[in-house]
Design a protein around this ligand. Sequence first.
Ligand code: NAD
Length: 640
Amino acid sequence: MSDIDIRKEGRAGRITLNRPKALNALTYPMCLAIEAALEDWREDDDVALVLIDASGDKAFCAGGDIADLYQTGTSGDFDYGRRFWRDEYRLNAKLDEYGKPVVSFLQGFVMGGGVGVGCHGSHRIVGESAQIAMPECGIGLVPDVGGSMLLARAPGRLGEYLGLTAARMGPGCAIHVGFADHFIPLEGWDALKAQLVDTGDAALVVQAATDAPESPLAASQAEIDALFAGEGLNDILNLLDRSDSEIAAKARKALGRNSPLAMATALEMIHRLRIASDLTIRKALELEYRVSYRVMEHGDFLEGIRAAIIDKDKSPNWRHAIDAVPAVDVSRMLAPLGKDGLDLREKDKAMKIGFIGLGNMGGPMAANLAKAGHQVQGFDVAGVAIEGVNAVDSAAAAAQGAEVVITMLPNGDILRSVAADIIPEMSKGAVLLDCSTVDVASARAVAGLADQAGLSALDAPVSGGVGGAAGGTLTFMVGGSDTAFATAKPLFDIMGQKAVHCGEAGNGQAAKICNNMILGVTMIATCEAFALADKLGLSRQSMFDVVSTSSGYSWTMNAYCPAPGVGPQSPADNDYTPGFAAELMLKDLRLSQQAAEAADADTPMGEAAMALYTQFVENEGGLGRDFSAMLPRFEKRGRD
Ligand code: NAD
């Protein structure tokens, strides 16, 4: 008998995990086999539902088979693990999004990889013996396989509690927390499976369900919510240490066993996902993959497996003490992966794209679209040639026949004039996608023209600079209709790591200038604080160490530190070669003040930042330097 039994029976596609001696631990071939079956049955009219169960009574599936990951990882091969996780996560997403009912029967241990197979279907059944947990922090990983989504959706702070302590849920708790839907006593399972096979009617599951047992977690919810309310791991430790309750003592002990870096990262993930406006399994998997991609090389994963299943000494030597995980290490684990990011897409159909403005940003963006298999015709007045892009001799020629026309131009006036040229040439229903940074009024005017011509328009300015354009890691802030956004979404996924739909036309530009007003102001604040610290005799390293983990932290300090030799690599370490040029920051600050003027908004800090960057760019040699070169400017100055 093989490790997995896949067959069609009656109206059901059946998948039985069949490694009972190994507690049905999920191997790579098992993942691929489940995915292939789901694809086979997707359009198969004989299959009305998918039924997933497991042999033996001890476990549905106690986790992923991690021995291979250890062997490959310790020999320096990180690619095997990354491929395994990518393919496993794709399966998790398919189970969550499958177009037919997926009924899972969960007995005994359901952990880690088992949750990924058993807890994303439409009808998740638990019996008396179910013990469900996400124990990944114990081996230096974070809750993955889409488990971070379930934890983020759990009531109150139960997600934090379960993710960090790896506590097990019985059937009542699993239903309360949202890892399962229905309680059906084990003795009724065989009969129900037979009926499901006969009829293909998943509604029978609901009819067979009985009252779930009490949930001890529900009873302790208020206390757990209070204990796990902290922003960071240290806050939670303090709350646990201050409490004398049994729950707190047990939780504190559990935290003492697990990887501090994994727990701090898991906590940040759950917090980020919980506030996401459109939390989907894809969003959770994408975040999880950032960690699993790095966890062998930079995390505690290999040491965690060594201590748990190789040497079995249960004394892992974690990278950090529990109360000393720097925020910057968590940020590094969760930083976007750019072109290496999780790719769950089915093969996209190639689109015909027009691309106008192939400069520092537009050139690499167009190249990435061509590399991904799209047919790109490009135009730039400077006559540039971009690999993979078919150069045409006018903006109108680039727009003809394209499903999406992208513009990446210097300013609003040029955008308006290009739009006037191309709109009459564009095919009905095509999308005009402007990624330049321009004033809100120009964005809205162009959207109006497009609308009159039966086209849709999106304003989608970017953040991420030339590096982000080349690496495909831009963030897009998008204004325009839902349907236009959906059309452009696969292109955003190629050119960037994130696209936020901000509402109607012009809202993308509004978001961009508000963001960059904050950026300009914070860069100035960070630079002037460094210059003050210099004069007070504080070393720059101490300044970074304190501020990057204290309430003064910001992106400019933590990710783009303006002081050379301190913090992560930034333009400061390259003699302030841009990066993001001071004159571009000035352009954005001017746009923000123009918009503030038009909207009658009081923005004194933005106005002061604009005045300082004007002085810097026009009179103080800032032109052509990175916008963080404000620091050497402040360094040289006194109070007058
Ligand atoms: P760029 O000057 O390198 O590119 C603009 C390109 O547009 C040039 O190649 C130019 O020849 C071309 N162009 C000008 N008029 C044209 C016309 N009528 N028809 C066709 N092509 C025309 O500038 P960039 O750095 O690529 O920036 C483009 C946009 O992206 C700007 O709006 C900028 O504010 C924004 N942006 C830039 C950065 C950055 O770091 N460079 C970051 C975020 C946003």
